[in-house]
Design a protein around this ligand. Structure first.
Ligand SMILES: Nc1ncnc2c1ncn2[C@@H]1O[C@H](COP(=O)(O)OP(=O)(O)OP(=O)(O)O)[C@@H](O)[C@H]1O
Length: 554
């Protein structure tokens, strides 16, 4: 509101200055009291104009801060809003997210937002100038405005061809190039980049991908100068018409010296209708960003109700579930049905790519089925995946994240850590408050196996938090066979009476689950206890014997 008032006032001030200068110049032919008053009016108008500029600065800073806060709010709602994660893998959403992230990283659009008030004032002053100029010739402002309109249109056309359209067309390539650049800059890939000597190859991939993305931008940039030619012609013709008419009137003595001063300034003032360089460009960027944010909000508008904290084991029911990832021709799960009674422990086994993790993601509600039904009775499902997160935070936080709303007592945390077989960590008391990353001062890192036990402790904490189903999707790959088997047995005994789902390739690790199902080609092909399946002599029995023989041979 304040910003709008300042903008309107700032738009009127230049007109007062124009008129005051006109009065001053007009009074110079006969210097006297009129000159003094004209001078006082001019100085007054200039002081007000200067004051308004300061107010404009303050108002625009406030506007920018609010705009930025809104951008982050929408971004957070779009990323975290939906319970599923499918939208984060959707190329269109990824493009919008990428555009917003890039704009935030560069930050140039903020200049446009900061200049909003100045741009509004400039436009208003141009309207005022047009009104003043109309008192000379009614058609003069129309001709000038038409000229500037063509300039604005041509410039927009040039800008959108050169930047926005092409940048969005090449968005995917550019994202890939930036991803490769990210790999080169360190982070999770730092070790492999060195070990495999990937840097030269990655630099080449980055160069080629970036060049591919940008070459069409550069080509179009060269081809798209024609709108600027049209702009130049329109500008020259309209100004020539108005200045020609003004010159003729002055030459014929039809207008006074003061009027000439006013009209010349008014012609100059009408220019503010048109492109105002960088602020205008960046305001365009801010508008484009707002559009991306709106699309994001539309694509991700969904409630995120947290499932209930049942604190009782849940019953799990999958009925005729079919699911395929977007942009993949064949479904991963094909009419799969599975019923897990409350409190049962079940192991899901199968070959690589059989769909075990996909099934778990559907159970967690991270994706919705294409057909069929996934029913966990509204219970909260806690899962630890193969790629569980190693939070660069304290051990306390890494474990407590399983039950973020729970009481902050160390007893529950210590119990979960001990149950996860990580008592050794607790012996070093420091660790509870030590950041688990060597990248921070005083921080430390853990071994792969230690990290897995921390993740397991997090899953156990989720039980305290009211999770009705617990899932371990192979977070134990770093452990040796014996340690994994021991850990799974411990997990099954600690969680007895809880609905638990284990996924592992090592069949010996899950043999003590109440029930084992074998997944193949998107359906369940075998279902029973370890003994049942061994007696059946099918896939499970073959896989188990193979693994056992290899182990014995070793
Ligand atoms: N986000 C994804 N987008 C597209 N396809 C995917 C995605 N995740 C998995 N897939 C595909 O779905 C199929 C099943 O994958 P899933 O990870 O569920 O198998 P899995 O049985 O857990 O395998 P593994 O034992 O190797 O972990 C695979 O063909 C895989 O390529």
């Amino acid at each position: 509101m304040v910003s709008a008032f300042v903008a309107v006032a700032s738009g009127c001030a230049p007109i007062a200055v124009i008129l005051a200068i006109g009065a001053l110049v007009g009074s110079l032919a006969d210097v006297g009291a009129r000159t003094t008053w004209a001078l006082i009016a001019l100085i007054g108008a200039l002081i007000v104009q200067a004051g308004l500029r300061c107010a404009e600065q303050i108002a625009s800073q406030e506007l920018t801060a609010r705009y930025l806060a809104t951008v982050y709010d929408v971004l957070a709602a779009a990323s975290l809003g939906p319970r599923h994660i499918g939208h984060l893998e959707d190329p269109t959403t990824a493009r919008h997210l990428g555009a917003v992230s890039e704009a935030l990283r560069e930050g140039n659009f903020l200049y446009g937002v900061t200049s909003t008030s100045m741009l509004v004032a400039a436009r208003l002053s141009s309207v005022g100038s047009a009104v003043v100029l109309a008192t000379f010739r009614w058609w003069a402002p129309i001709v000038l405005l038409a000229g500037w309109f063509v300039v604005g249109w041509s410039f927009d056309k040039w800008l959108s061809t050169v930047f926005d359209e092409l940048v969005s067309v090449t968005g995917s390539e550019r994202r890939r190039a930036e991803y490769v650049r990210g790999l080169l800059m360190g982070g999770p890939a730092a070790k492999e980049v060195r070990i495999f000597g990937l840097s030269r190859h990655l630099v080449e991939v980055f160069g080629a991908t970036w060049l591919k993305a940008m070459s069409s931008v550069w080509r179009h940039r060269l081809q798209s100068f024609w709108p600027l030619g049209i702009a130049a012609v329109a500008l020259l013709s309209s100004n020539a018409a108005v200045f020609g008419s003004l010159g003729l009137a002055a030459y014929g003595g039809a207008i006074s010296l003061g009027a000439i001063a006013v009209y010349v300034q008014a012609v100059h003032g009408v220019q503010n209708t048109a492109v105002l360089g960088e602020p205008q460009t960046q305001l365009g960027r801010a508008a484009a960003l707002a559009l991306h944010l709106r699309r994001l909000a539309e694509a991700t508008r969904e409630e995120n109700p947290l499932p209930s904290k049942a604190k009782v084991p849940a019953r799990v029911e999958l009925r005729e579930v079919t699911f395929g990832y977007p942009h993949r021709a064949t479904p991963v799960l094909r009419g799969l049905s599975l019923s897990i009674p409350a409190g049962q422990s079940i192991a899901i086994v199968g070959e690589n790519g059989a769909g075990k993790s996909t099934l778990i993601k559907l159970l967690c509600g991270l994706y919705g089925p294409d057909a069929g039904e996934v029913d966990v009775g509204g219970a909260r499902v806690a899962a630890i995946f193969q790629d569980f997160v190693r939070y660069h935070l304290t051990l306390r936080e890494n474990v407590a994240f399983g039950n973020p709303d729970g009481p902050r007592d160390d007893a529950a945390l210590s119990r979960a850590i001990a149950d996860a077989g990580a008592t050794a960590l607790l012996d070093q008391r420091l660790l509870m408050d030590t950041v688990l990353s060597a990248a921070y001062e005083g921080g430390t890192d853990l071994s792969g196996g230690q990290w897995q036990r921390v993740a397991l402790a997090r899953a156990l904490m989720a039980l305290d938090g009211g999770a009705g189903v617990l899932v371990l999707d192979e977070p134990t790959a770093s452990l040796d066979v014996r340690a994994e088997a021991e850990l799974f047995d411990r997990f099954l005994s600690v969680t007895r009476g809880t609905t638990t789902i284990l996924v592992s390739h090592r069949l010996s690790s899950v043999r003590h689950a109440d029930r084992i199902v074998v997944l193949a080609d998107g359906v369940i092909v075998e279902d029973g206890t370890h003994d049942d399946l061994m007696a059946l002599g099918g896939r499970y029995a073959t896989m188990f014997s193979l693994q056992a023989r290899r182990f014995l041979d070793a």
